[in-house]
Design a protein around this ligand. Structure first.
Ligand code: HEM
Length: 327
């Protein structure tokens, strides 16, 4: 069910883009990943485009307020974001009510059923905020990484050709299945290199539970520390020529990320490692495969490709591309 849902949305989106011919990728990608997240995580009806569009609009308003000055008036970004959050939470509340009598294969249903060893369950308030967090985490970052994937491959034609060759070979071997996805070893290296080169998340905070010394500095218990993902990914002690886009660094012979623990941390690390890793990997691999197999794309000239971090890493132009079907 899950593979076919991804295929359905991605195929439909790529066809639409090919009809458009020229597009700004980042916002278009966000529409697709939001649609996938709201159907698979929230259980929205696939055909209810009006509802998905409204949720997406509200989500956009919420995201804009995340980094705005906290000034709560109806016309400020922050004020609009709070209203949008209330709207989304009310929507999730209604979905929870519906699921109580009719469980589906979505995250809300799973959260409603889950319990710990002592039989404790999540409260409805917890389910509401968890579902909202999933929806945010479940599409913003994937949008960033897939946009960077398209930019990096357009800029590195030899990598793109190699990735196409792998896809074409697999395509003639069998149907699109989970087994086939496991054989996409070069695509896996490319996605790892995109994660290293363009990590969607800049870093994360950790509370210090035990004092330690780092680089001669004493860090006491109770402090907050920030781990920086892009600093780790560009450390020349870990990666050879870190400024070069080179997926081969992740092949079986080199495995540069395996020499030290926590060298590739685009999805975090340790106990708080990304909960949606498998979800994101599947979505990105299916998208990349269909794109490489059936379409060609190139970057439009005269655009600002410098990177903006807010809300997640993306080129300032939004990545203007021309895309056409067939190869
Ligand atoms: C390319 C896609 C993604 C990237 C790069 C990414 C990255 C990350 C990172 C770096 C963290 C750790 C933050 C920290 O250290 O505190 C994280 C946590 C998390 N991610 Fe993702 N993520 C992605 C996709 C997803 C998806 C698709 C979902 C949901 C379906 C998701 C749900 C979560 C959740 C719930 C957490 C919090 C886990 C916890 O604190 O225990 N992520 N993600």
């Amino acid at each position: 069910m899950v593979i076919s849902s991804y295929l359905f949305f991605i195929d439909r989106t790529l066809r639409k883009w090919a009809e458009m011919g020229k597009l700004t990728l980042f916002p278009e990608m966000k529409e697709m990943t939001f649609e996938i997240a709201s159907v698979l995580l929230l259980g929205s009806e696939i055909d209810n485009q009006a509802e998905i569009k409204l949720l997406s609009k509200k989500f956009g308003e919420l995201t804009k307020g995340l980094f705005a000055f906290p000034f709560n008036l109806p016309f400020t970004k922050y004020g609009k974001a709070l209203k949008a959050r209330d709207f989304l939470l009310q929507h999730i509340e209604k979905e929870i009510e519906k699921r109580k009598n009719n469980l589906k294969e979505d995250t809300i249903s799973l959260l409603l059923q889950s319990q710990d060893e002592e039989g404790n369950r999540f409260s409805e308030a917890q389910i509401k905020v968890q579902a909202l967090l999933m929806l945010f985490a479940g599409h913003e970052t994937t949008t960033s990484m897939l946009t960077s994937f398209c930019m990096a491959l357009a800029q590195n034609p030899e990598v793109r050709e190699k990735a196409i060759l792998e896809q074409k070979t697999l395509m003639y071997e069998s149907d699109f299945t989970m087994e086939q996805i496991k054989k996409m070893t070069y695509l896996d290296q490319v996605l790892k290199e995109v994660e290293r080169f363009y990590p969607p998340v800049a870093g994360g905070f950790r509370g210090v539970v035990k004092p330690f010394v780092y680089n001669g500095y004493y860090v006491p218990k109770g402090w907050q520390v920030l781990y920086r993902i892009e600093r780790t990914h560009t450390d020349p002690n870990i990666y050879t020529e870190p400024k070069k886009f080179a997926p081969e660094r992740f092949n079986n012979e080199r495995m540069e990320h395996k020499k030290n623990d926590f060298s590739l941390v685009g999805f975090g690390g340790g106990a708080r490692f990304c909960l949606g890793y498998a979800f994101a990997q599947l979505e990105m691999k299916i998208f990349a495969s269909l794109l490489l197999r059936n379409y060609h794309w190139q970057l439009e000239p005269n655009q600002d490709l410098s990177l903006d971090r807010i809300p997640s890493l993306h080129p300032r132009s939004g990545l203007k591309i021309a895309l056409y079907s067939g190869r």
